[in-house]
Design a protein around this ligand. Sequence first.
Ligand SMILES: Nc1ncnc2c1ncn2[C@@H]1O[C@H](COP(=O)(O)OP(=O)(O)OP(=O)(O)O)[C@@H](O)[C@H]1O
Ligand SMILES: [Mg+2]
Length: 197
Amino acid sequence: MTAIGSAPDGTTPLDPDEIEGLRYRNIVTRGELDRLEQANLESGLAWLARRRRTDVLAERFLRELHRRLFGEVWKWAGRLRLTAKNIGIDPADIPVQLRMLLDDARYWAANGTYVPLEAAARFHHRLVQIHPFPNGNGRHGRIAADVYLRSCFDHAPIDWGAGQDLKNDSGRRNQYIAALRAADAGDHSPLLSFVGA
Ligand SMILES: Nc1ncnc2c1ncn2[C@@H]1O[C@H](COP(=O)(O)OP(=O)(O)OP(=O)(O)O)[C@@H](O)[C@H]1O
Ligand SMILES: [Mg+2]
């Protein structure tokens, strides 16, 4: 398969061996891939809705969630990233950084360190900054933040799109990426206002 069209700002390009992991051989356009991924995502969300209550602050759960969201499209879904990307930490550091994030997120929930939306925003930012998977980190991280809100705070999900499609280039996506970049630099306030905290 050849390159799959151009991607919006703030996405991670796939390596040739990651593209090898595509379960469909005849995809040519990004639109086709987007539709397959969207269908898979919806079946993953259905799994999420009917699953038994488990500890969501665990690497195992985050990997299982990724596999459920993307495993019908990508063979490597649910496996931690092994290659370096333009976004994300050194792949060798992913397991330890994930563990630290999950411990922190558990502490924030147990101690009321932040209001729920701020805890979820910080959790989301660190998760996408770690960038545990070769692709799908944004979508996985937004769903994971909503699961954290529900299971640890009994709180409603974040209104990520606010009526716009975050996946495509839009004012809302530009705002989202800019807010993550500010958080990279230590300023969480744009992300907090983005999630309505
Ligand atoms: N500077 C940054 N700091 C932290 N995270 C970032 C930054 N830039 C982008 N990201 C995150 O990386 C995601 C893109 O990574 P990836 O392509 O793996 O996810 P995706 O689910 O395929 O993308 P998306 O759903 O956003 O189209 C963005 O959605 C965002 O969450
Ligand atoms: Mg992507």
